[in-house]
Design a binder for this molecule. Structure first.
Ligand SMILES: *Cc1c(COP(=O)(O)O)cnc(C)c1O
Length: 388
């Protein structure tokens, strides 16, 4: 089976992890700060906080922004559940904004219309999570203008997007947001097995997230309520979690980051080949906004079902039967039973549902060879009845 995504591990990656195993520190050593510096410098952010997953990063980002009970968090329905769940973790309520039919990202026009209504009803969001689906950045300039006008904070969920650019600058410099979050799950662009990171330019937010990822404990006398009792002393000044990343993960991350530009460049080569090889098929191929250089975590095709004899499910199953490990990103979050209970209806977000009924993620990862890609294309042609 050719998977839709997979990690790429080099001998250098393995050596870096083994070196940590032989060292004095398996956690809370020098590698985590090193990884944070490498990522912060690469994306152009002032601070970076490594944690054990992007889900944890989203949680502490929301807490640092003061999200709590009676607040609202808004995000796109076409995302992994974690982009919304972080709001629920904080006791806040969650709502969604429909997607743009071309980029599949949260639509700024729909956002503005919903904000207008929310202002009248006195239920404006405190936080909007902008998800860069497939690696293509959202229209961050429009979202940040709305943030100023309506007074909400912005988190970029860039789990798909490390190494990508918006308006010529790396995603993560947080020019148009408060905090940007990355995931290092093995299917993502760079991996630490499990792992995530929050980056920000705001000293206060960085300090809060640093506390929250490690029990709310500080060893910095300046942050304590009184002089330390002695050299052993620490204080718990907030209620935090154990969301720390290990040294093994950070070493893997540092080693992987050296190849980030290659990873993304290869994904672009593959996307270009797909664009050409699939052009004649009854498919809607990914559209890239000229302002964006996608991280290309995913390559999503949409079936033009009125021109295809098979159903969406039948095409999906046929591809899997022929050894192509396709997937679907994502089941709209508002249709999940946990969210349906909150009163959401399927047709609340029609663009998201239209996308869901047609979308298939086909293989896209650094190690995919041209030959394997040709096989994906030839199976697709066969399944769609367009083999020559
Ligand atoms: C993968 C992913 C997450 C969660 O990442 P983890 O590191 O697995 O917690 C969150 N949001 C999006 C959009 C993702 O793709």
């Amino acid at each position: 089976m050719i998977p839709y995504g997979r990690q790429e591990i080099s001998q250098g990656d393995i050596d870096a992890v083994v070196d940590v195993l032989k060292s004095d520190f398996l956690t809370q050593g020098p590698m985590v700060p090193k990884f944070e510096r490498v990522v912060a410098d690469h994306v152009g952010a002032k601070h970076a906080l490594a944690v054990n997953s992007a889900t944890s990063a989203l949680h502490i980002a929301c807490l640092a922004l003061g999200l709590g009970k009676d607040d609202w968090l808004w995000t796109s329905p076409v995302t992994f559940v974690a982009s919304a769940n972080c709001g629920l973790y904080c006791g806040a309520r969650v709502d969604f904004v429909d997607i743009d039919p071309h980029t599949y990202n949260l639509c700024p026009v729909a956002l503005k219309a919903k904000l207008e209504r929310a202002r009248e009803e006195g239920r404006l969001p405190k936080v909007v999570v902008a998800v860069h689906l497939c690696g293509q950045p959202c229209n961050m300039q429009a979202i940040s203008e709305l943030a100023r006008e309506y007074g909400f904070r912005v988190i970029e969920d860039a789990s798909h997007a490390i190494g990508g650019k918006y308006q010529g600058e790396f995603i993560g410099n947080s020019r148009y947001s408060d905090i940007t979050v990355f995931s290092f799950h093995p299917v993502k662009i760079v991996t630490t097995a499990e792992g995530g990171m929050a980056v920000t330019n705001d000293d206060g937010l960085a300090r809060k997230m640093d506390l929250l990822r490690s029990h709310g404990i500080t060893r910095d006398p300046a942050s304590m309520t009184h002089e330390p009792d002695g050299p052993w002393y620490y204080q718990q000044v907030d209620l935090g979690y154990n969301y720390r990343m290990t040294e093994l993960q950070a070493a893997l991350g540092v080693s992987q980051m050296q190849r980030l530009d290659d990873f993304v460049a290869r994904r672009h080569e593959l996307a270009k080949r797909y664009d050409q090889l699939l052009a004649e098929l009854p498919l809607t191929l990914p559209w890239q906004h000229p302002d964006s250089y996608s991280g290309l975590h995913l390559y999503v095709i949409r079936l033009q079902l009125n021109e295809i004899a098979l159903s969406h499910q039948a095409v999906f199953e046929a591809l899997r039967e022929h050894g192509i490990g396709v997937n679907l990103h994502y089941i709209p979050v508002h249709t999940q039973p946990h969210y349906e209970k909150m009163g959401f209806q399927e047709n609340d977000f029609p663009q998201a549902m239209a996308y869901y009924r047609e979308a298939i993620s086909i293989p896209m990862y650094h190690g995919l060879s041209d030959q394997q890609q040709d096989q994906v294309v030839s199976v697709l042609k066969q399944v769609l009845g367009k083999a020559t």
